[in-house]
Ligand binder design. Sequence first.
Ligand code: IVH
Length: 684
Amino acid sequence: MAEDTKKKIQKLCEQINFHAQRYYELDDPLIADPEYDLLFQELLRLEELHPKLVTPDSPTQRVGGKPLAEFHTVGHTHPMLSLENAFNETELHDFEERLQRFLKTEHSLSYMAEPKLDGLAVELVYEKGLLSIGSTRGDGRTGEEITRNLKTIRSIPLRLSATENIQIPELLEVRGEAYLSLQGFTALNEQRLAAGDTIFANPRNAAAGSLRQLDSKITARRPLDFFAYGISDTGQIPCSSQEELLDYLDKLGFSINPLTKFCGDISMVIEHFSHLQNIRQTLPYDIDGMVVKVNSFELQNRLGSKARSPRWAIAAKFAATQATTILRDVEFQVGRTGAITPVAILDPVNVGGVVVSRATLHNSGEVNRKGLMIGDQVLIQRAGDVIPEIVKPVVEQRDGSEKDIRMPGSCPVCQHRLILPENEAITRCPNSHCQAQRMRLLIHFTSKAGMDIEGLGKKAMELLFNEKIVQDIPDIYGLKVSDLVLLEGWAEKSARNAIAAIENSRETTLARLLSALGIRYVGEEGAGLLDEHYGGSLENLIGASEEELLEIEGIGPQTAKSINNYFQDPDVITMLKQLMDFGFTITSSIKNPKESPFAGFVFLFTGSLDAMSRDEAKVRVKERGGKVASQISRKVTHVVVGDKPGSKLKKARELGLKILTEKDLAELLAGNDDTPNNTQLSMF
Ligand code: IVH
């Protein structure tokens, strides 16, 4: 009996899947809607009677169950990176030149060019062929778990199809873009208008809003779609290029954007870019550019990634959309390092689907260069996800009533006299006790770019600061649930969650803590370098002299000075001690030293290499846990000498350092550690 029901259920699943594909994907239904509904109802009925027979890939699983109370977060096994932008042809040529320089080749490269959809990046995890977890990109490392919502999207396979002798991998983490078609977007907004709801500004917001519904039944009613474009780890699959990957994903049942094109060289890439720009308006969905990816996985792996984006891909953005509006006023904002930023207050204007009412003017030099006046009609532009900017005033429209923009002489918040250091573009408030600076620092500290404490976003930090509950970083770690529940908009549950997030944040990496402290000139990249160099030791970093910091490849004089000044401030040391008393544990963000055969090695390069670019050599050394110095000192353990070496070679000899040829380096990288010890090679 149970066997019969099982078979019946299986058959119904197959029938429904078949008809759903005819209807949703091929636009060519073979049966009428009521007939389809009957099949679906029958399946639902049987599954209700025999819940044990419900399979995870049953079509009923797409409709969603009970609403969730909240989203959980999930870690991505490999970070979901973002892309650098190219805004014109020249920048695409520059991209190729960078690749060639890194790869030390003059050959032209081949690429895949893919339309860049303006939706939401998601990751789909398939275990033994079954969709197990779907998540948003989040901050790149962890995202929100939205499996039930993603399951409602019909172009996302619940089970991978094993056609054409393809073996289903044990684990597959597919990445792609969930989006809403323009038609779906318009229909959704019409419905919302009719129901008296607020409308979505653009398809991207609508897609994001739809996927972040706690009730997946609502998501199921939104006409979302999905294109796959990548994978977390190219080692998971039997493909050697992006082209093969897309073909493979297609065979597994994913939709691949049909406007994706293999390009044998960069001129074909540029041609395809113009083509997409021309047909952009005719497409049923929004695209804001084209993603260009080096086709070969071998080259992709050699090129690797920087902190935020891979070297092997770039987003070619379409020309900006422009609009004109009136510049009503200029506000002066005080940043966390005291930088005074003029911000244009504009009459709200729609620029390519986004309403813009403010735009940064960066600094006084920029205001002068553009020759802006208050009351001017101004041209605004916005390219894709790039922040809007004022291009120029429409001088012809002036009637004499316009007023000059005057930079203030004193801080708009603490009234301290402002300074404009020589050779700098940015006016600053030098008072580090300025309330505005302190508040901005606190906002930065808990933000995604800092300690990433969920629940303590900008609004929460402003409130805590203004209520004088948090005035300094350590105050955050002294917060209690009872402090938070008293604040407007906070409930017991959100307070508990925030306190838990604060406690969790005490276990951190040196890179994250340094990014969060907001030391001038130390961004994410610099924080990573310091973490790497000091193996996660804050103590050693605090003790570092300016000269020592300068020896770190990638840390320039300005940054070294700034770091050194920062740690000499007794208030900073007191603050860090307080954090340690709150039970901070700081480790290195760099992976397990066991995987680091070059741990303890410090390389210095002089002269040009032949088979590899210097950049690639440095990346390879760092991958193995080695460090790269920019100046010679006794700390250097290996001096790699290429063609036409500089004075560093002479100094290295004087210091008796170990000298390597490029070939020695290649062998060391390949794992043959039989390089001559402390010998100066015959050719020198
Ligand atoms: S590749 C490591 N391919 O663009 C490569 N991204 O800033 C990163 N996007 O958030 C992604 N279409 O949502 C890639 N064909 C495509 C894409 C694409 C759209 C989005 C993606 C990501 C953003 C990159």
